[in-house]
Design a protein around this ligand. Structure first.
Ligand code: FAD
Length: 382
């Protein structure tokens, strides 16, 4: 037998990092190429549902993630004006019992750091921005903007919403600007204790065209985070995000409940992000190239499941490659799409519609899912 076949992953975000760890644990030879020179602890939180915690369990990272995150007992939805409760979705012990794992909210940078440190030493290369990719038939050649090249037997495009690999498969097409932005801010605990108020561990404030989602990002609950969805006609700024301000937010949430006003007034820095998405793609792979996560099915973030879908993709793709072996990657890619597309597209649609958990619905279809417990459906073209 010749040299071991190689897998290249482009992008070490939340999905690419999960794929690297899971594939390496399964014995594959994996190298990850990431454009950033390094990662920093950007100011943002993330929800990790029980469906995603089951994949962290498989990676051996469930305990550290549980220890670093906050464990809300409920997801509360409240009317943004009156404060009336619209839903109280049980999490906490209920989630462990009913869905098979914890529900955690955590700082995105802390979680990502945990993931990056679980990739085998020496197999993640920073500063490698993919410029061109050529499927040569018997291998794939990657060329990076620094002039260096690499080859691999298959390439996983985990390179996010602006994916170069999606572009190679389907042609250049900018993602769709949704008409909404997200404001994001981390609030230090000491800025909140000044207020005589109750700041719930996980609460979404809603009115018809906008919302604010709020939760803790640390186990000590000394950091509180909000992320909004607010209509914004056009995104005509350069870059991934721009600075916002208390004034802008107070205007956007004028008339909202006093607790929301206090949160806005407690912020030090606020940023503003465009919310973009794409329609479901007609194909997820071609030849030796395959997509996962936001490269494949980006969505507005309102179900807090975008990274969850990327991480579930990573788990299913690993499972399919284990099933077929790397030589039969074509069958693995067909199996992968057949077993992911329906769920990822459904989550994408519900997330874009921003209806999830606004009323007292049952989220078992999202949180109860276990990517490892699903019988594999045939990969015959969908
Ligand atoms: P990314 O995390 O975007 O990673 C892509 C990586 O590829 C990056 O590291 C990038 O630098 C790299 N890359 C890009 N191009 C190249 C190239 N040419 N060469 C080399 N490397 C490249 N999801 C949740 O599950 N829960 C939440 O609570 C949640 N909240 C969110 C809030 C907001 C405001 C937003 C915008 C999103 C939120 N999401 C949430 C969604 C989540 O962030 C994404 O779905 C997730 O990051 C997708 O992971 P990914 O690995 O596919 O892509």
């Amino acid at each position: 037998m010749g040299a071991q076949q190689k897998i290249a992953i482009v992008g070490a975000g939340l999905g690419g990092a999960a794929a690297a760890t899971l594939l390496q644990q399964a014995g594959f030879d994996v190298t990850v190429y990431e454009q950033s020179p390094e990662f920093s602890r950007l100011g943002a939180g993330i929800h990790v549902g029980p469906n995603v915690m089951k994949v962290f369990r498989r990676m051996g990272l469930e305990q550290p993630l549980e220890q670093m995150g906050s464990h809300p007992d409920f997801w509360h939805s409240r009317d943004g004006l009156s404060g009336d409760y619209l839903s109280r979705i049980p999490l906490g012990e209920f989630a462990r019992r009913e869905y098979g794992a914890a529900y955690v909210t955590v700082h995105r940078g802390d979680m990502h750091d945990l993931q990056i440190n679980s990739i085998a030493p020496g197999t993640l290369q920073f500063g490698k921005k993919l410029e061109t990719i050529v499927d040569e038939g018997d291998q794939v050649r990657l060329t990076f903007t620094d002039g260096s090249q690499a080859t691999a037997d298959i390439v996983i495009g985990a390179d996010g919403i602006h994916s170069k690999i999606r572009e190679e498969l389907l042609g250049a097409e900018a993602p769709i600007y949704s008409g909404w932005v997200a404001h994001r801010a981390l609030i230090r605990g000491e800025n909140l204790v000044r207020h005589a108020d109750v700041f719930e561990p996980c609460v979404k404030w809603w009115t018809d065209d906008r919302h604010m989602m709020v939760y803790h990002t640390t186990a000590k609950r000394d950091e509180y985070y909000f992320v909004t969805g607010v209509p914004h006609e056009a995104w005509d700024f350069q870059g991934n995000y721009v600075d916002s301000s208390q004034e802008e937010m107070l205007a956007a949430f004028e008339g909202y409940h006093p607790t929301v006003q206090k949160l806005i007034r407690s912020t030090e820095d606020i940023t503003k992000w465009p919310l973009r998405n794409r329609n479901p793609l007609p194909l997820w792979s071609r030849g030796r190239l395959v997509l996962l996560g936001d490269a494949c099915h980006p969505m507005k973030p309102h179900m807090a499941q975008g990274a969850g879908m990327a991480i579930e993709d990573a788990a299913m793709l690993t499972r399919c490659l284990q099933e077929t072996g790397l030589t039969d990657y074509r069958t693995a890619f067909e199996l992968y799409e057949a077993n992911r597309k329906e769920r990822a597209s459904r989550v994408q649609a519900v997330s874009n519609a921003n209806t999830f958990l606004r009323t007292q619905e049952d989220p078992a279809w999202v949180y109860g899912y276990d990517v490892y417990a699903q019988p594999l459906k045939s990969g015959v073209a969908a």
